[in-house]
Write a protein that binds this ligand. Structure first.
Ligand code: SF4
Length: 239
């Protein structure tokens, strides 16, 4: 029987990070609970409201002018669906049997009709140094993969998409002398050159994992799995 599998952008990302966690979560519905990042969501929403003002007025956001980006926020009848995490933008591949979807933060449009994908991030660092973060950690590469998956989705939906994407990055200032119930932010724009060539293969691999009876191995570098393993060892030790 032909099976159509629905896969989200975050599911495919998890399949790249850890096959075992992906299979546990999406095939067997076993996952660790995580708390929602409500402060980050508040920043996302405030940023959305601000960019929507410029979208409605068909004007560039001041950030575009400051960084020489010739674009305006994209006005499209589906923008709210694309940004809704329960819907997003999707692509159905009948041949390979998957329905892949992801919810964007925003998309901008250049005068030539080419789209620019962007995502909002927030953090709180004493010094915001993207190059250092990129060289020291894995998670920024995950941010680029996220943008590449969105680019792939928009291309598959027939749009012309720029390889250049942006992270609109808010850095919360934690050393202000007075709080006064006001959290202040610096705003950084991170430009990323992307390549979505790997995306289709990754979706197909994730789909195949969903259909496999095997439970892949976890990682010896993962703190959570090591913790669970040690608990298991303690439980099975006879004192
Ligand atoms: S190593 Fe274990 S806990 Fe860590 S991500 Fe993989 S399955 Fe999950």
């Amino acid at each position: 029987m032909f099976l159509m599998i629905k896969l989200s952008r975050s599911a495919v990302e998890l399949s790249l990070k850890c096959k075992r966690c992906f299979v546990l979560q999406y095939r067997y519905r076993v996952s660790l609970r995580s708390l929602p990042f409500t402060l980050n969501s508040a920043v996302d929403n405030l940023c959305k409201n601000e960019f929507d003002y410029y979208r409605a007025n068909e004007k560039p956001h001041p950030l575009f002018i400051e960084h020489g980006i010739e674009a305006i926020p994209f006005k499209h009848p589906d923008i709210d669906r694309w940004r809704n995490f329960r819907q997003g933008i999707n692509f159905v591949d009948e041949e390979n049997g998957f329905n892949f979807y992801g919810a964007i933060d925003d998309v901008w449009v250049k005068p030539n009709g080419e789209l620019i994908i962007s995502d909002v991030k927030s953090t709180s660092k004493k010094i915001f140094d993207w190059d250092k973060t990129w060289s020291e950690y894995d998670y920024p590469k995950g941010y680029r993969r996220q943008l590449e998956m969105y680019q792939w989705l928009f291309r598959k939906n027939g749009f012309k998409v720029s390889d250049t994407a942006y992270l609109v990055y808010y850095n919360g200032l934690k050393d202000e002398p007075m709080f006064g119930q006001v959290l202040k932010f610096e705003l950084h724009l991170v430009q990323l050159e992307c390549d979505d060539n790997w995306v289709e293969k990754a979706i197909i691999n994730a789909k195949n994992l969903m259909g496999s009876e095997d439970l892949p191995y976890g990682s010896s570098k993962c703190d959570t799995c090591q913790y669970l393993k040690k608990r298991w060892n303690v439980k099975n030790k006879s004192f």
